[in-house]
Design a protein around this ligand. Structure first.
Ligand code: FAD
Length: 403
């Protein structure tokens, strides 16, 4: 009988199940959940969840009657092996499930910190609800926080800790924050703004080791400086969780390799979300993205592929990050060689940066300007040619251009 088994009950996996039912899938649907919590949203864990006033509960991905009303089985357990010839999944408890379609939605794991002292108590990472709960408790008594890595999660955490009145130092090995995702212009603006707000952001300075003395932890940087800390949070990137597909003979290379319809190298097996490396029509390269947009849009697309549709995934990537009072939204993927054009006045704290590639709008980064972002999502990817002089004219608005 038709049975789709989805490995991973995160943003992407739950979306596949939801969309299968929305598309009228007639078979059974099982989602494997290897976390103890009801499937929940990760983005708030590094933002609202960490505030002193937070309730300590996670936002669920779907309402309480979702699984029952859609006839979706949420099965507790971890997939440990897949036999792709026999189409069977083995779980940690010994259960074996037969499938007609299998979806890897296993997400990503935090890249471990490799320096001496990385595993001391008080050194935290942030991915799961359990991690966030530990951090919420640690923040209640800590005074000095050192954050390792000025990526989205590091800076979101830094802003949340600073808002609670803690002393926050951020160490970043690269020369600018969020360098992997953001234009240099936007990076610089964020660096200055976080410093003005009182975060001690140190660039070109990584972690060398972590020591422990009577007073607590001491982070020693690559320049030899010593930073005493009660709490250390590291966010140094993620690794796709490919151990099960790899052992099953599914092709992987920085993620589970999928084609334009999100199918893997093995018939009947698909992959979506943080764990999937897909051909990106917007950049012309293979990409692995870590965002809610990517997880949900790929979840929808994979459901249609399972229903027999053979279309190419082509949704425009977009992202957001909330760092204290700063709401960053990005449409498209910028490249270091793009030409930045500033729209509006950065000193007002509300502006956007248009990134032009060969004269066309390739990406837009918006700070506290949600209307620009919504307009940008309609414009980016349409290969719209724009003249920098038009963009900087006082009467120009992205919203008007998107009409
Ligand atoms: P996940 O949501 O990670 O789900 C994967 C699930 O699979 C996990 O529960 C995992 O335990 C499970 N799993 C793995 N292996 C197995 C197995 N063998 N058997 C069973 N289950 C397994 N994105 C944004 O766009 N905006 C944000 O502001 C933002 N903030 C974030 C803040 C934090 C703290 C984190 C951690 C992420 C944030 N993200 C944000 C990223 C976003 O949450 C992820 O891109 C998204 O959750 C990816 O969905 P996914 O389903 O691919 O993976």
């Amino acid at each position: 009988a038709e049975h789709t088994v989805i490995i991973g009950a995160g943003q992407a996996g739950i979306q596949v199940a939801d969309s299968l039912r929305a598309e009228g899938y007639p078979g059974a649907v099982t989602v494997l959940n290897d976390e103890s919590a009801v499937p929940y949203q990760r983005p708030p864990l590094s933002k609202d969840y960490l505030s002193a006033a937070a309730e300590g509960t996670a936002l669920p991905l779907r309402g309480p009657d979702f699984f029952e009303s859609k006839n979706i089985t949420l099965h507790s357990g971890r997939a440990v092996a897949v036999d792709t010839d026999a189409r069977k999944v083995s779980l940690d408890g010994g259960t074996v499930l037969n499938y007609t379609h299998l979806v890897f939605a296993t997400g990503a794991a935090n890249r471990p910190l490799s320096c001496p002292g990385a595993t001391f108590e008080g050194v935290h990472a942030l991915r799961t609800l359990r991690d966030a709960l530990n951090l919420q408790r640690a923040l209640a008594t800590a005074q000095r926080v050192v954050v390792i890595g000025a990526g989205f999660i590091g800076l979101e955490f830094a802003a949340a800790a600073h808002a609670r009145g803690l002393e926050v130092t951020v160490l970043e090995f690269a020369s600018r924050p969020m360098g992997r995702a953001l234009s240099a212009t936007a990076s610089q603006w964020f660096a200055e703004r976080h410093r003005t707000d009182g975060i001690d952001l140190r660039l070109n300075e990584g972690v060398a080791s972590i020591e422990r003395d009577e007073a607590g932890l001491v982070v020693i940087s690559t320049t030899g400086r010593r930073y005493p800390a009660d709490l250390v949070l590291y966010g140094v990137g993620v690794l796709p969780r490919t151990e099960v597909p790899q052992a099953a003979g599914v092709a992987t290379d920085n993620g589970v390799l999928v084609d334009a319809a999100l199918r893997t190298s093995v018939p009947g097996v698909l992959a979506v979300g943080d764990c999937a490396s897909f051909p990106n029509v917007h950049t012309g390269t293979r990409t692995r993205l870590e965002s809610v947009q990517n997880a949900t849009d790929q979840g929808r697309h994979a459901a249609r592929s399972i229903m027999g549709e053979n279309s190419s995934y082509a949704q425009l990537p977009w992202f957001w990050s909330t760092q204290g009072a700063l709401r960053l939204q990005i449409a498209g993927i910028s490249e270091p060689t793009d030409e930045p054009v500033i729209l509006g006045d950065p000193s007002s704290g509300k502006f956007s940066i248009a990134l032009l590639r060969n004269g066309a709008l390739a990406a837009v980064e918006s700070v506290n300007s949600p209307a620009d972002h919504i307009a940008a999502r309609k414009l980016v990817g349409q290969n719209i040619s724009v003249d920098p002089a038009t963009l900087t004219h006082p009467s120009f608005s992205l919203k008007a251009l998107a009409k």
